[in-house]
Design a protein around this ligand. Structure first.
Ligand code: AMP
Ligand code: MG
Length: 335
């Protein structure tokens, strides 16, 4: 593990280290070092009004980062940490503005990945880490994806294989009277409700139009986009098959390279030349684990038009559809 020690020392010195988590690969820096944090924004090309999530390895570390911590925060931490739940809390003054993009709140989580936890512990600092992709591109779920985007720009990438969850953490605002989900992720609304009762979904998740001033600044940016034009199609099974087949037929006639991304069970109903299964319709966690890799594969294969079958918005399906709808940038068809 001497390599992990070396990476931990680099973090402590203010350098950047990309590392695996259970959600996606993170690009880490010492969260309390403003210069180190600025270099994350620079490497990713991330707008600097988009705050970072601070990763910790021990619950005690929370006390340093946040103030006025409610009992429900502890309850959620006990139930879901380590795991894909980020909580927004009132920040302690030690956390620099660079990390929180000037907000008086800080986002904190404990990742469920042995390499990530050991790296954070060894570095001895809380680690600010957004996803380790260039801003706007699909999040990386393999070390190869990090290399594709950041090769030559960062000194360390730790390869921990494929990320188990595959979509980013749930972001839950714990500073309001009723906690609000700002971004759906691996910990579902149903799971949160079982532990703390009432929670709400942010307006930006339930309204179709873009909300002017979203409470999670990151939600206003186009995200997760492959280069090809993405269209999401939902409705009755036969309606979706027919609509997609008609459109891929027209595109292919016009010489466009098309792909259909669909449930395993529906693959045989499509005619396009590239048909990519995202997993079983009965197991949305499979779509979560595969969707960003599929987007990147479409880019590698020069796909110009991408049609995706909607995933039912249940459990982690809510998070998958949130990412797919963002990739589609409003091209959402209901048949
Ligand atoms: P990323 O790490 O790239 O997956 O993005 C982190 C997400 O958490 C973004 O959508 C941020 O806007 C959101 N976030 C981080 N800190 C805060 C905060 N203090 N308040 C609200 N949202 C936050
Ligand atoms: Mg990101």
């Amino acid at each position: 593990m001497s390599q992990l020690n070396e990476a931990a020392q680099a973090l402590k010195r203010g350098e950047l280290v990309a590392f695996p988590t259970e959600t996606v690969y993170g690009l880490g820096a010492d969260a309390l070092n403003p210069e180190a944090v600025c270099s994350i924004f620079k490497a990713k090309g991330r707008p600097n009004d988009n705050p970072l999530i601070v990763h910790i390895a021990r619950l005690e570390a929370l006390e340093n980062l946040a103030v006025n911590i409610k009992p429900d925060v502890k309850k959620l931490a006990e139930n879901f940490w380590p795991g894909p739940l980020t909580m927004i809390l009132h920040k302690a003054s030690i956390v620099p503005d660079e990390t929180t993009a000037g907000l008086d709140t800080v986002a904190v989580r404990m990742p469920d990945n042995a390499i990530a936890l050991e790296l954070i512990l060894k570095s001895g600092v809380p680690v600010a880490a957004p996803s380790a992709n260039l801003s706007g591109k699909p999040s990386p779920t393999l070390a190869e994806h990090v290399l594709e985007d950041l090769n030559g720009k960062i000194p360390y990438i730790i390869d921990g294989g494929a990320c188990r969850v595959g979509v980013e953490s749930t972001v839950l605002d714990m500073t309001t009277e009723i906690p609000v989900i700002l971004r759906p992720g691996g910990v579902t609304p149903e799971m949160l409700q079982q532990v703390i009762g009432k929670i709400m979904l942010d307006r930006s998740l339930t309204e179709r139009q873009m909300v002017d001033k979203p409470r999670s600044p990151g939600m206003k940016y186009t995200h997760y986009k492959p280069k090809g034009e993405v269209t999401v199609v939902s409705g009755s099974e036969s309606g979706v098959f027919q609509w997609i087949n008609t459109n891929t037929g027209m595109d292919e006639k016009a010489g466009k390279k098309t792909a259909v991304i669909a449930a395993n069970e529906h693959i045989s109903f499509y005619n396009a030349s590239n048909i990519i299964p995202y997993g079983s319709i009965y197991a949305p966690e499979q779509a979560a684990a595969s969707i960003f890799r599929i987007f990147r594969d479409c880019d590698i294969n020069g796909i110009e038009k991408i049609y995706i079958e909607a995933v039912p918005k249940k459990g982690i399906g809510l998070a998958v559809m949130n990412r797919i709808e963002k990739a589609a940038g409003g091209r959402i068809i209901r048949v």
